[in-house]
Design a protein around this ligand. Structure first.
Ligand SMILES: Nc1ncnc2c1ncn2[C@@H]1O[C@H](COP(=O)(O)OP(=O)(O)O)[C@@H](O)[C@H]1O
Ligand SMILES: [Mg+2]
Length: 350
């Protein structure tokens, strides 16, 4: 029981009880006065009646004042959010992203969240265009954070992040974010149609573009089987989709703008083998012709990557293929054997 509940449990009965005690006192004193003949019965009944009429409005006044106070507090919070100015702004002389296939370079990148100790320390990492790289590391080693520097959700506190040779801090933001597609770990579906959910980053997308993205993400078949196809309402108050289906809608959403870089934060929740196969089929298709960064939690996902990067406490601990890392990196061996390895799934191939 929280404090609010225990206060309620105390005050609500008390608020009901106190007026009744008052009425009892009025009955006692007024009744005696009437018996003594100091006032008429009519006067006493009228007084008692007025008094009972008064208690209800007075009690609701208390509730109204409480509501008003809560509304003021909530309103302040809403305006705080509305008035917030983004920390990430593009420079006035923002440049377009140079042509390229999505070459990524982190150069001496350090990062800390506001008021938190440094999380990424002097990260140097190069990913060649078109490669698929799996990012491996224990929980809270900074994997998600590192990838969020690419679309500039945050700026590094030190160092530079380059995409196709351009410092992302100098690039026009809308173009950068069109070119870096992100599939978050726990994709959010709005309470809207499937079509709107796929197109929410590019509201002017044509039906054909939405369908093409869904096809690429291997989502078209199940979408067409929904009661109203692409117009089916999903999300909180709509049709409930399975985890694998939501993932594929998120993948379709991420590839709708045909980004040159794709970031996939794999869900940690375990999925059954067939869902995993569906998601991997989608991934293999969308990875084609892009630089892909997968934060991998499963051995079978690692198998999709050309190369692995192991992150330890915000530093790059090792980089290489599964075979070479398994031999050379004790940390990788430990993560692979304890967390990643799911022997029944290893070798599941598309
Ligand atoms: N927005 C944030 N503000 C402050 N700290 C954060 C924020 N996001 C993540 N962190 C912290 O940063 C650390 C690394 O998080 P994250 O990059 O998500 O790690 P990983 O993806 O490797 O599990 C964690 O300790 C986490 O609590
Ligand atoms: Mg993470």
């Amino acid at each position: 029981m929280c404090i609010r509940d225990s206060i309620k449990a105390l005050y609500q009965p008390a608020l009901g009880f106190v007026p009744v005690v008052g009425l009892a006192a009025v009955l006692l004193v007024g009744g005696l006065q009437t018996i003594d003949g100091r006032q008429t019965l009519g006067e006493f009944v009228a007084f008692y009646l007025y008094l009972t009429l008064l208690t209800a409005p007075l009690r609701s006044l208390g509730t109204l004042i409480g509501n008003a106070q809560r509304a003021v507090a909530a309103g302040q919070r809403i305006f705080e959010v509305l008035d917030a100015s983004p920390d990430i702004v593009e420079p006035d002389d923002a440049v377009p992203l140079p042509a390229g296939g999505g070459h990524i370079r982190f150069r001496g990148v350090s990062f800390s969240y506001e008021d938190s100790p440094e999380l990424l320390h002097d990260v140097d990492l190069e990913i060649r265009a078109g490669r698929t790289v799996a990012l491996i590391g224990r929980t809270a080693s900074g994997k998600t954070t590192l990838t969020q520097l690419l679309p500039r959700f945050y700026d590094p506190t030190d160092g530079t992040v380059l995409v196709d040779g351009a410092d992302v801090a100098t690039v026009a933001l809308d173009e950068l974010r069109r070119q870096v597609g992100v599939v978050p770990q726990d994709p959010f579906l709005f309470s809207a149609s499937v079509r709107e959910n796929i197109a929410f980053g590019k509201t002017d997308a044509t039906d054909e573009e939405v369908r093409a993205a869904a096809r690429l993400a291997r989502a078209d078949a199940f979408i067409e089987a929904l009661p109203k196809g692409y117009e089916t309402r999903v999300g909180e108050r709509g049709f409930t989709l399975s985890g694998g289906q939501r993932q594929r809608i998120a993948i379709a959403r991420a590839v709708l703008s045909d980004p040159r870089i794709l970031i996939l934060d794999e869900a940690t929740a375990s999925v059954d083998a067939s869902t995993e196969r569906e998601i991997h089929a989608a991934l293999s298709a969308v990875m084609e012709g892009r630089t892909t960064l997968i934060i991998a939690h499963r051995a079978s996902t690692v198998a999709l990557a050309d190369e692995l990067v192991v992150l330890e406490d915000g530093r790059i601990a090792a980089q290489g293929t599964h075979g070479s890392l398994y031999r050379s990196s004790a940390l990788y061996r430990e993560i692979y054997d304890s967390g990643l390895a799911q022997p029944e799934l290893v070798g599941v191939d598309e």
